[in-house]
Design a protein around this ligand. Structure first.
Ligand code: SF4
Length: 239
């Protein structure tokens, strides 16, 4: 009877797309290399912008809440008409949950999100004089707002050097060698510690956009990548 372990080399465990193969661990970048990565991102795109459409901190907050498990394009399609009718907490509450739900029904989890949009709007009116708070603790008390949403709002609306880590940022940070963290929080901590302050405000935009359009999950476009020579990913797309 065979006593071979189940994960023998004849039947290796499946790796997720993007995971490093067994050619040595992904060594992290040196501080000088990290600075060079962001110098190049900045040179290529000096003022990157997020892709969620909004007209003020409140509509940004709502758009980010709606964007959980949805694409920015899908959210923008739904919010264009919604924000024309309601771009303040008062107007949103006056619109009511049923109308909000109808506007966003093409977005995943729309029922729970419509409820949260109304609840957070009521709370803003009641406890924050209808203003979006600028600090993390206050933001995270709002219904539907977690750490990542708070980071995006603090960064985009108020210019704080926060790192919102989504699936793109996590993957790209692992591949490049900016972080070997496997959770958003660990990657966030690594990025905050390693990225020079001067790049702090735009860093998460550069990483998201890089992940969305170049360093894609299944087949990264390494031949046209501007940091290819610095990147530690062992399975770069040849060409
Ligand atoms: S070289 Fe390839 S894996 Fe590395 S950052 Fe660029 S696109 Fe991603």
């Amino acid at each position: 009877m065979s006593t071979a372990p189940r994960s023998s080399s004849a039947n290796p465990p499946r790796k997720k797309p993007g995971a490093a193969k067994g050619r040595g661990r992904n060594r992290g970048l040196t501080p000088a290399e990290v600075a060079e990565v962001f110098r190049r991102f900045q040179a290529a795109d000096p003022e990157p912008k997020g892709e969620l459409e909004h007209s003020n901190p409140y509509t940004l907050l709502v758009a980010v809440v709606l964007s959980a498990q949805a694409t920015d394009a899908g959210v923008n399609k739904a919010t264009r008409a919604l924000f024309q009718k309601a771009d303040t907490p008062e107007k949103m509450v006056a619109l009511g949950e049923d109308v909000v739900r109808e506007h966003i029904r093409t977005i995943g989890l729309f029922r729970a999100k419509a409820k949260n949009v109304i609840l957070l709007s009521e709370r803003l009116i009641r406890e924050f004089a209808s203003e979006v708070p600028q600090d993390r603790d206050a933001l995270e008390t709002l219904p539907g707002v977690g750490r990542k949403t708070a980071n995006v709002v603090m960064n985009v609306a108020f210019g704080a050097p926060t790192m919102a880590v989504d699936t793109h940022v996590l993957r790209v940070s692992n591949r490049i060698g900016l972080s070997d963290g496997k959770t958003p929080l660990k990657v966030e901590e690594d990025l905050l510690a390693k990225i020079p302050q001067e790049y702090g405000v735009f860093a998460h935009h550069w990483l998201i956009l890089h992940g969305r359009y170049v360093c894609k999950a299944r087949k990264p476009e390494c031949p046209r990548c501007l940091i290819r020579d610095l990147c530690r990913y062992p399975d770069k797309t040849p060409g």
